[in-house]
Write a protein that binds this ligand. Structure first.
Ligand SMILES: *[C@@H]1O[C@H](CO)[C@@H](O)[C@H](O)[C@H]1NC(C)=O
Ligand SMILES: *[C@@H]1O[C@H](CO)[C@@H](O)[C@H](O)[C@H]1NC(C)=O
Ligand SMILES: *[C@@H]1O[C@H](CO)[C@@H](O)[C@H](O)[C@H]1NC(C)=O
Ligand SMILES: *[C@@H]1O[C@H](CO)[C@@H](O)[C@H](O)[C@H]1NC(C)=O
Ligand SMILES: *[C@@H]1O[C@H](CO)[C@@H](O)[C@H](O)[C@H]1NC(C)=O
Ligand SMILES: *[C@@H]1O[C@H](CO)[C@@H](O)[C@H](O)[C@H]1NC(C)=O
Ligand SMILES: *[C@@H]1O[C@H](CO)[C@@H](O)[C@H](O)[C@H]1NC(C)=O
Ligand SMILES: *[C@@H]1O[C@H](CO)[C@@H](O)[C@H](O)[C@H]1NC(C)=O
Length: 340
C-alpha cells in the first residue's frame, strides 16, 4: 500500500513536473456515424501562442492568443477520422493530441434463423445462431440470446476495426419440456455510456416446439381398495407433446373385458367393479408410459354380501327346520286336495 502510494505520488509529481497538458471536454467523444457534436480542447500550459484543431470535420487552423477552443464535428461520415488539437508555444515548439473518439453505428439487421422444429426435450446440443450485419465498432458489440424473456447467453467481441463488420455466432441452449411454446430471439447492443446508448436491436422471434414423452402425474400406480359405489373412474391423465393417446387393457387374462365403450381417452369409467389389474398405456411419438390400477375386491361390499348371504342361509335353514318339524308332527303330507 505504502509502495503504491509512493508510485502514485511519483506519477502525479511527474505530470506536474512536466508542467501542463491538454484537456478534452468531453474526455471521450461518442458519435453516431453521420452525426454532429462539439468538443473542446483546453491547454493548462503557460506561454502559449495559440491553439488549433486539425480535422477533416470543422478544422479551425491556428487561433492565436487562445488557450481553449471548440471544434464542430458536423456530419461525421468517415470511420477513420482523427481530430487533433495542437498548441504552439512562445518558444516555437508544438504539442498535439488526438481527440479520443468512438464512431458507432447500430446494425442494419439482426437475424436468427428458425430453430429446428420440433426439438426434443433434454437433447444436448441445440445451437441457436445469431447474425448481425453492418455494425461498428466491433469491440463495443454485445450479442445476447433470450429464451422466454430470460437471457441465457451473452457474447462480446474483440478487434480494432473501426469500420462496420458482420458477425455470425452460435450459442448452445438447453431445451426442456417446459420450453414448449416459449419464444427465442437474439439482440445486438453497443456498450456505450448510458446517455449515448442506442436501443438494442432484436432479431425475429421464434416459437419453440418441444416434444417430450408422456409423463404421469403422481401416483405412478394406483390401488383402489375401498371405493364405494359400483361406478369407478380410472384416471390415467399424462402430459406430453404431442398430446398422448391412450390404450386400456384388462391385464387379467382369465376375465374378458368387452370394449363396449370408447376407451381411447385418459379416463376410463367402469360400470361394474371388476377386480383385477387394469393397465393404461399413454403414448406419443417420443415414448410411452404405463400405469397400473390395482382394483381390489371391495372389503365393505364383500362383508355386506357375506352378511346378506348369511341372513339368507340362516333363513333357509330355519325354513327347513320348521318344515321338518311340521312334516314330523303330521306324520304325512297334508296339503289340501283342493289344489288338484
Ligand atoms: C481551461 O482550464 C483552466 C485551468 O486548467 C480552467 O481554469 C478553465 O476554466 C478551463 N476552460 C474551459 C473553457 O474549460
Ligand atoms: C517550450 O515550452 C513548453 C511549455 O512551456 C515546454 O513544455 C517545452 O519543453 C519547451 N520546448 C523547448 C524546446 O524548450
Ligand atoms: C456484410 O453482409 C452484407 C450482406 O450479406 C454484405 O453486403 C456486406 O458486404 C458484408 N460486410 C462485410 C464487412 O463483410
Ligand atoms: C407399477 O406396477 C407394475 C405392475 O404391477 C410394476 O411392474 C411397476 O414397477 C409399478 N411401478 C411403480 C412406479 O410403482
Ligand atoms: C379399507 O378399509 C379397511 C376396513 O375399513 C381398512 O382396514 C383399510 O385400511 C382401508 N384401506 C384403504 C387403502 O383405505
Ligand atoms: C385426472 O388427473 C388429472 C391430473 O392429476 C387431473 O388434472 C384431472 O382433473 C383428473 N380428472 C378427473 C376426472 O379426476
Ligand atoms: C384374475 O382374476 C381371477 C379371478 O378374480 C384371480 O383369481 C386372479 O388372481 C387374477 N389374476 C391376476 C393376474 O390379477
Ligand atoms: C372416442 O373418443 C374420441 C375423443 O373423445 C373421438 O375422437 C373418437 O371418435 C371416439 N371413438 C368412438 C368409436 O366413439
Amino acid at each position: 500500500m505504502r509502495l503504491f502510494l509512493f508510485f502514485a505520488f511519483m506519477i502525479y509529481a511527474g505530470k506536474r513536473a512536466h508542467g501542463c497538458g491538454m484537456k478534452f471536454t468531453p474526455p471521450m467523444v461518442y458519435l453516431e456515424f453521420g452525426g454532429s457534436t462539439v468538443a473542446n480542447c483546453n491547454t493548462s500550459c503557460s506561454s502559449v501562442d495559440g491553439i488549433g484543431w486539425e480535422s477533416s470535420f470543422g478544422g479551425t487552423g491556428l487561433k492565436e492568443g487562445l488557450t481553449t477552443l471548440d471544434v464542430n464535428l458536423d456530419n461525421v461520415n468517415d470511420w477513420e477520422t482523427e481530430p487533433k488539437c495542437y498548441t504552439v508555444f512562445s518558444n516555437g515548439s508544438q504539442d498535439s493530441q488526438k481527440l479520443p473518439i468512438t464512431i458507432y453505428k447500430m446494425p442494419t439487421k439482426v437475424s436468427m434463423p428458425k430453430p429446428l422444429s420440433p426439438l426434443m426435450a433434454d437433447d444436448k446440443y441445440h445451437l441457436l445462431k445469431c447474425s448481425v450485419f453492418d455494425v461498428a465498432p466491433v469491440n463495443r458489440l454485445i450479442i445476447s440470446w433470450y429464451k422466454g424473456d430470460k437471457m441465457f447467453h451473452e457474447q462480446k467481441f474483440e478487434g480494432t476495426d473501426r469500420h462496420p463488420v458482420n458477425r455470425s455466432v452460435e450459442a448452445t441452449v438447453d431445451i426442456v419440456a417446459e420450453d414448449n411454446r416459449k419464444k427465442v430471439w437474439c439482440e445486438a447492443k453497443l456498450d456505450l455510456p448510458a446517455k449515448q446508448r442506442p436501443q438494442p436491436m432484436r432479431s425475429e422471434l421464434h416459437e419453440l416446439t418441444v416434444y417430450y414423452p408422456p409423463t404421469l402425474t403422481e401416483p405412478k400406480n394406483e390401488t383402489l381398495e375401498n371405493v364405494t359405489g359400483t361406478k369407478i373412474s380410472l384416471n390415467c391423465t399424462a402430459t406430453g407433446n404431442p398430446t398422448p393417446h391412450y390404450e386400456w387393457h384388462f391385464a387379467n387374462s382369465t376375465l374378458k373385458w368387452t370394449r363396449d365403450q370408447n376407451a381411447t381417452g385418459p379416463i376410463l369409467t367402469l360400470d361394474f367393479r371388476t377386480p383385477g389389474v387394469w393397465k393404461c398405456v399413454a403414448s406419443n411419438v417420443v415414448d410411452k408410459t404405463t400405469k397400473y390400477f390395482h382394483l381390489n375386491k371391495p372389503k365393505d361390499n364383500y362383508t355386506t354380501m357375506a352378511a346378506l348371504l348369511g341372513v339368507f342361509l340362516t333363513l333357509g335353514i330355519v325354513i327347513i327346520i320348521l318344515g321338518a318339524v311340521f312334516v314330523t308332527r303330521s306324520g304325512s303330507c297334508t296339503i289340501p286336495r283342493t289344489i288338484y
